[in-house]
Write a protein that binds this ligand. Structure first.
Ligand SMILES: Nc1ncnc2c1ncn2[C@@H]1O[C@H](COP(=O)(O)OP(=O)(O)OP(=O)(O)O)[C@@H](O)[C@H]1O
Ligand SMILES: [Mg+2]
Length: 364
């Protein structure tokens, strides 16, 4: 369905895409991940001809969309693109947003377009909202309308550029559910996303972009669990872990908890697990700071999908003794609470300090 050969796209001296090739068969879902500035959006925009690359070929359904004299507006209709911002027409009702393109551009009869518009709205769960204005919808609802509007143009391919990054975390899953449904219907899709769990669930392949191209590609399990190349490994691990340095007992606990919450939401942790994580961290730190005036401590929270566990690693550079042992002697309440929620606690003294590893089960 999509065949890309030797695509090169530079912005001045910025060599964003350098000889990129990829082939995506009909019905395949590819997620694209990678650091900011790697060229993920540029890659999508080339497929949609929103950018004109310096060289290379892109075939969509066998047609070379970069051929000289190609009919760009018609080619652009082959691919529907959903952006972070919904780009709905604010002065039109939801239904009118959906029928404008089919009537004006595809010359569909209004009744046909309306019937299809209603059908698409039902598909994205918004059958009741046909006559609402975009301003009356939540972010997640707007994004679902934007997806329905793309589908109304009967594209052969759907491209998504971080469709959930502008949304409140509570609205992410309703949009992902709609995209998931499209994968079941056999739509060919390329999805740029930071939602790793989602990418793993819906994609046949993942492209990790870096160094001017597709640095590594493979089935989701391979990319997530056994990436073959260094930069992929570093990227995946960084997304899976969260590091926090606590300098002082009067640190900003609210800020830390908000960051932990974001991390947990990104990985779709259940609320109870998130609360346990926050409680375990708070209790551990309160025990730690009980010991008078200890030095800084670094907390790393990491999630292992294979094991279904969350690990809390506390690194205490001062090597000033095991705060948990001290607490045990004092029979602290905090320690009792901690032991109630943490599956396993291991203390590893190292020459550089103490490492305390606590493990929580995903199902705890
Ligand atoms: N229209 C443009 N003019 C000049 N440079 C551009 C243009 N669009 C993108 N770039 C540059 O191309 C590079 C890749 O940008 P792109 O938006 O494709 O990255 P990205 O991987 O989508 O990043 P992010 O994750 O932040 O969205 C960046 O260095 C960017 O500054
Ligand atoms: Mg981008």
């Amino acid at each position: 369905m999509i065949d890309i050969q030797n695509l090169t796209m530079h912005f001045g001296d910025d060599r964003v895409l350098e000889g990129v090739s990829a082939s995506i068969p009909e019905g395949e879902v590819v997620s694209v991940i990678g650091p900011s500035g790697a060229g993920k959006s540029t890659f999508l925009r080339c497929i949609n001809r929103l950018e004109t690359p310096q060289s290379g070929h892109i075939f969509i359904g066998g047609e070379d969309i970069l051929a000289p004299g190609a009919d760009v507006p018609r080619i652009r209709r082959k691919t529907g693109m959903v952006f972070q911002s919904f780009n709905l027409f604010d002065h039109l009702t939801v239904l009118d947003n959906l029928i404008l393109g089919p009537v004006r551009i595809l010359n569909e009869a209004r009744e046909v377009a309306e019937a299809r518009g209603h059908e698409l709205l039902r598909m994205v769960g918004l059958g009741e909202k046909a006559l609402s204005l975009p301003c009356e919808l939540s972010g997640g609802q707007k994004q679902r309308v934007a997806i329905a509007r793309c589908l109304s143009m009967r594209p052969k391919v759907m491209l998504f550029d971080e469709p959930t990054s502008a949304l409140d975390p509570t609205m992410v899953s309703e949009v992902l559910a709609v995209i998931r449904r499209l994968t079941r219907e056999g739509m060919t899709m390329v999805i740029v996303t930071h939602e790793l769990n989602f990418a793993r669930d819906v994609s046949n392949r993942i492209f990790y972009m870096d160094e001017g191209g597709i640095y590594e590609s493979g089935p989701p399990d391979q990319i997530m669990r056994a990436p073959q190349r260094e930069k992929t490994r570093v990227f995946i691990n960084r997304l899976r872990s969260f590091r926090y340095r606590i300098e002082h007992k009067d640190f900003d606990v609210f800020e830390m908890n908000a960051d932990i919450e974001t991390f947990c939401e990104k990985h779709f942790f259940r609320r109870k697990l998130m609360q346990h994580i926050q409680l375990a961290i708070e209790e551990s730190l309160s025990l730690y700071f009980l010991r008078g005036n200890p030095g800084a401590i670094t907390l790393t929270l990491s999630y292992s999908e294979t094991e279904g566990t969350v690990q809390l690693l506390f690194e205490d550079q001062e090597a000033s003794g095991d705060f948990l042992k001290a607490a045990e002697a004092g029979d602290e309440l905090a320690l009792t609470i901690l032991k109630g929620i943490v599956h396993d606690i291991v203390w590893q003294p190292t020459p550089k300090g103490n490492r305390i590893v606590m493990t929580l089960n995903e199902t705890s």
